[in-house]
Ligand binder design. Structure first.
Ligand SMILES: Cc1cc2nc3c(=O)[nH]c(=O)nc-3n(C[C@H](O)[C@H](O)[C@H](O)COP(=O)(O)OP(=O)(O)OC[C@H]3O[C@@H](n4cnc5c(N)ncnc54)[C@H](O)[C@@H]3O)c2cc1C
Length: 481
């Protein structure tokens, strides 16, 4: 027979949003049960760069940067071309400075160069991106001790336990959740409220195209990002939005042996022209270039990639470029590259002539030959059909190299529809006692069809804290409870 336990609040998923939710709820007197399907807490923070963004912080003031939530809001809407959800962006940017100050007050190991304007995503107009010296682990260094302390009190953590269903009560409310615990036993947990912080689906190659208008998945997401929380909410009457707001990150190489998982983000090739001017060309499966490789707007490059077959492109270069250019893979040494090209890695091809290279890589040989000839003519004349300004050398000296890259996904774009108070929307309006935060509400909700620096981790932390307080009825924010 199925056992039942009872608690004030269930938090589903002990990651970026779930940990602060549980910490705050416990600090405000609630008995909290945290359900985490992995065998450790932390979620995507183990992999994330966890860059944060906030306008109007003490760190900005100390550096003479005049910023505010209003300017941050305008910049998010500009970068996203108004495709982000304005109501939730407003909520996020208003709470972002308090999130950064809270981390600092807990001893967060802030990188001394922060805040800065970074270029991996389309840049903000002001220095407003922050990051820890140890990326996502710096955030965990703050969250985990506070969470462990709470576990000594009113928080119960169930590791290896998975939410399998919501239990609906009368119209518009949930009665709790059904879980499969670490022993494989199913159990009901009664709760006055549930906060769903189970993350996205960017670690689930089957579900990804279903929820993302058919887009293929390639990326370095956490294996826990399977989307089961989203599916459970849909089974309870929730709905998914944001399916059409997919934009790939420009580049990333698969792990050998995987059809979708890429190497870690730190090991991606250096394709950001502000950090490393390109010496190579980028071609699609037809062997055609499709963008100026040094286009300063990453949004332009990402949108150009979106139109390419299977979101694949090859970075093509020659022996002279390999010898002379700054490293394409900054974290790899020459021996790593040699191993990859000599058969150690299916995404890497090398050959003594372009036709053999094209065949080995899976590129159309005629297309590649014509493209390289046109590019070499552009290098000679200084005039490129795509307007590329950086034309350091022709591609002429064998051996020739091609590295298959993908349009990759760091966060899943679609997610559960919520209202302005982060209540999950059901068929008849919001569930009164079921809230959601983090990537489960869709990565595009706060970034639209673009990438806006820090607009996943900062709101995950900030909304998680807000909901923990809200569940305890202790929130002082406008529009709460
Ligand atoms: C490599 C990489 C770099 C990134 N860099 C940045 C960045 O610099 N800035 C930024 O803003 N964003 C970044 N992101 C995105 C950002 O890190 C994530 O969107 C965010 O951390 C997700 O937080 P979350 O709380 O929603 O999910 P998570 O932190 O993934 O937590 C979800 C938790 O729920 C658990 N779970 C899942 N399903 C269930 C279930 N059914 N039952 C119980 N538990 C469940 C999971 O195991 C996990 O522990 C990056 C992402 C990646 C992959």
């Amino acid at each position: 027979m199925q056992r039942t336990t009872a608690t004030d609040l269930v938090v589903v998923g002990a990651g970026t949003a779930g940990l602060p939710a549980a910490i705050e709820a416990a600090a405000h007197g609630l008995k909290v049960t945290v359900i985490e399907k992995a065998d450790r807490v932390g979620g995507t923070l183990w992999r994330s760069w966890a860059q944060l963004s906030a306008g109007g912080t003490s760190l900005q003031r100390a550096k003479g940067i005049r910023d505010s939530p209003d300017l941050h809001f305008d910049d998010v809407m500009r970068i996203s071309r108004n495709t982000a959800d304005p109501e939730l962006v407003r909520l996020a940017v208003d709470h972002a400075p308090a999130t950064v100050e809270w981390l600092l007050a807990q001893g967060f190991d802030m990188h001394p160069d922060a805040p800065a304007v970074l270029h991996f995503h389309e840049p903000y107009l002001l220095p407003r991106t922050y990051w820890g010296r140890n990326a996502g682990r710096s955030v965990l260094e703050v969250l985990v001790p506070a969470f462990e302390k709470a576990c000594g009190g009113s928080v119960t953590l169930e590791l290896g336990a998975e939410l399998t269903a919501f239990r609906t009560a009368e119209r518009g409310r949930v009665a709790g959740v059904t879980i499969r615990d670490a022993d494989g036993a199913f159990r009901d947990v009664d709760a006055a409220a549930v906060i769903l912080t189970s993350g996205g689906y960017a670690g689930n190659p089957e579900l990804f195209p279903r929820l993302t208008s058919g887009a293929p998945l390639a990326g370095p997401a956490s294996p826990g990002a399977e989307g089961s929380g989203i599916l459970a909410a849909v089974a309870a009457g929730g709905r998914v939005r944001g399916q059409e707001r997919f934009l790939p990150t420009y580049g990333g190489v698969l792990r050998p042996g995987s059809t979708w998982e890429t190497v870690g983000l730190d090991d991606y090739p250096a394709l950001t022209p502000q950090s490393r001017a390109p010496w190579e060309i980028h071609v699609n499966a037809r062997g055609e270039r499709f963008v100026a490789e040094d286009a300063p707007s990453v949004d332009d490059r990402e949108n150009a990639l979106l139109a390419q077959p299977e979101l694949k492109f090859w970075v093509v270069y020659d022996a002279a470029i390999r010898r002379s250019a700054p490293a394409l893979f900054p974290t790899w040494d020459d021996a790593d590259l040699d191993r990859a090209f000599q058969g150690g890695h299916p995404s890497f091809a090398v050959a003594g002539d372009l036709a053999t290279l094209a065949q080995a890589a899976g590129i159309d040989p005629g297309g590649l030959a014509a493209t390289v000839a046109a590019y070499n003519a552009a290098v000679a004349s200084g005039r490129d059909a795509f307007g590329r300004a950086c034309l350091p050398a022709p591609i002429a000296e064998p051996p020739f190299y091609a590295v298959l890259n993908h349009g990759t996904t760091l966060k899943s774009p679609a997610g559960l529809a919520v209202d302005g108070r982060l209540r999950v929307l059901g068929p008849d309006g919001p569930f009164e006692n079921l809230w959601a935060a983090g990537e489960v509400i869709g990565g595009s909700t706060l970034s639209g069809k673009s990438f806006v620096s820090g607009m996943s981790v900062t709101p995950a932390l900030g909304f998680g804290r807000m909901l923990g307080r809200r569940a305890a009825g202790a929130s002082t924010e406008p529009g709460s409870m």
